[in-house]
Structures are given as C-alpha cells and as structure tokens.
Design a protein around this ligand. Structure first.
Ligand code: PLP
Length: 261
C-alpha cells in the first residue's frame, strides 16, 4: 500500500534517508548525542548568518512551544509587544502574550494585506512604551510573505526589538539575523527543513538572551536555563526528542547536499 503524500506546510512527507535516521536509539546523556545537538545548532545558526552575534536554543515541542518560550523570555514582564497580525499565526502570538500577561497591542491588516512599515514606524513613535515588535515572516494560514527587511529597518531605527516567527520560511527564504538586527527568530524541525515534528528552536541575539535572565514564566520553556545547561554539559535540560534531532541532522545533510536554501 502506498503512503499518502503530505502536501501540507509541515509535517510533510520526509525522505527515506530522514526516516532511516530514526532507526537508531540515542542515549540523551551520551557524548555522541551531544555532538549531534551541537552540529544541528551550528547549522541552524549558519543558515541565517547568526554565527557571531546569535545563539541557537533548541526547545522540545512543536513550533508554538518555541514561540511561547521566546516571548516569555525576551519580552520582560514590564515590556510591551506590538504584534503585526494578518492571519492565524499572528493571532496566536497575541494569545501567547495574553496568556503570559505581557502587555500587547495589535496592528491588524486584512488577510491579503501585508503590514506597512510606515504604519509600524508611526505606531512606535506614538507609543514609546512598546519594547518589542512581533512579526510572522510568512503567514502560513494565508501564504502572505511579510516585508521583513522593511519592518526590521523601522524597528531598529526606533530602538526597539524584533521577534520573528519564521516557521514556514526558515531554510526556504533568505534571512540574515545579524544584518536585520533580529532579536529572536523562531522555527521548527518539521517545516521547510523537512525534518519530523518534535522540536523548535530560537535563534536569539546572545546579549538579549543573557539580559532576559529571570524573565521566564515557565520552567520547561526557560531559554536561558536551556542555553546555560547546554553550554555547561552539552545536554538538553530535560529529555530531548532524540529521534527528531537525528532526523533533523539527516534532513540538514540532505538540504546542504542539495545546495541549501
Ligand atoms: C507551523 C507554524 C507555527 C507552529 O505551529 P505548531 O502547530 O505549534 O507547530 C507557528 N507559526 C507559523 C507561521 C507556522 O507556520
């Protein structure tokens, strides 16, 4: 019997090599697995040019867990988030901020209309208490690609910080976190990189991550704690999705062999 082909944004149909990579069992404390984690993180950073300024923090769970971790860590309890909403994932980021009791304001556009950088600039000028801007790079629910570079430019000019959900663009479209001064960029294993579901990751500016110590509302989603522990031991803090990491390693190998992005 033939398996159905998944044409969804992710999880999607994976290659035989990616599936085969999950036939090995890994001990979560073993140095071989630690090397696997480190090499995956190195490549993820490299793909978006984050090697010097940024770090990669992996997070167990689906992409939403990583978005929630990023908001909960990087937006301090005294901060205020402006979310640019044009579909389901923008709305989800607003909902996350509300759950975490972070002050949140919304700039909403119609499903077929990307946000305007001029409007964002005006909103920031009119409200100096906005500390962070949240953007969905590609709004998967509508297919709209939002103007990341233009938004990043006005956010930087206003001296605020930018958090980008790049779940369905990471690996497929060019993103330069250093040049765009992106505070945090979030994606997961099972979208354009064509791994299997089970982990997300946050590519975050190292200084911003260090400055966020103590902000996290959640033990399991504390990115600083996860990063510190990885630095100190090479290990994830709690049981890692070992087979998912191995599959992502294989998917990245295939991605790089095919020429990357
Ligand atoms: C897939 C996706 C997410 C994460 O959704 P999960 O169901 O948690 O994997 C978040 N944002 C965007 C834009 C997505 O495409």
């Amino acid at each position: 019997m033939r398996e159905p082909i998944l044409l969804t944004p992710g999880p999607l149909t994976t290659s035989l090599a990616t599936k085969t990579a999950m036939l090995t069992d890994w001990g979560s404390w073993d140095s071989r697995f630690n090397e696997l984690t480190a090499s995956v993180c190195r490549d993820l950073l490299q793909i978006v040019n984050g090697g010097n300024s940024h770090v990669c923090v992996p997070q167990q769970g689906s992409g939403t867990f990583a978005v929630e971790a990023a908001i909960g860590n990087l937006v301090p309890p005294t901060g205020k988030l402006l979310v640019l909403v044009g579909g389901a994932y923008g709305k989800r980021m607003v909902q996350i901020a509300q759950y975490l009791h972070r002050e949140v304001v919304v700039y909403e556009t119609a499903d077929d209309t990307p946000p305007s950088a001029e409007v964002v600039a005006r909103r920031l000028e009119n409200d100096p208490t906005i500390s962070h801007v949240g953007l969905i790079h590609c709004e998967t629910s509508t297919g709209i690609l939002n103007p990341l570079a233009e938004i990043a430019t006005v956010v930087r000019a206003a001296g605020r910080r930018l958090i980008v959900d790049a779940m369905s663009s990471f690996g497929a479209l060019p993103i330069d976190v250093a040049a765009l001064n992106i505070d945090a960029l979030i994606a997961s294993s099972n979208k354009c990189l064509e791994g299997v579901p089970g982990m997300g990751f946050v590519i975050t500016n190292r200084d911003s991550l260090m400055a966020s110590r103590g902000n996290s509302h959640s033990l399991a989603l504390d990115l600083v704690a996860q990063y510190d522990y990885l630095q100190a031991t090479g290990q994830w803090r709690f049981t890692p999705p070992t087979h998912v990491v191995a599959a992502l390693r294989s998917a990245l190998d295939q991605y790089l062999a095919e020429g990357g992005q």
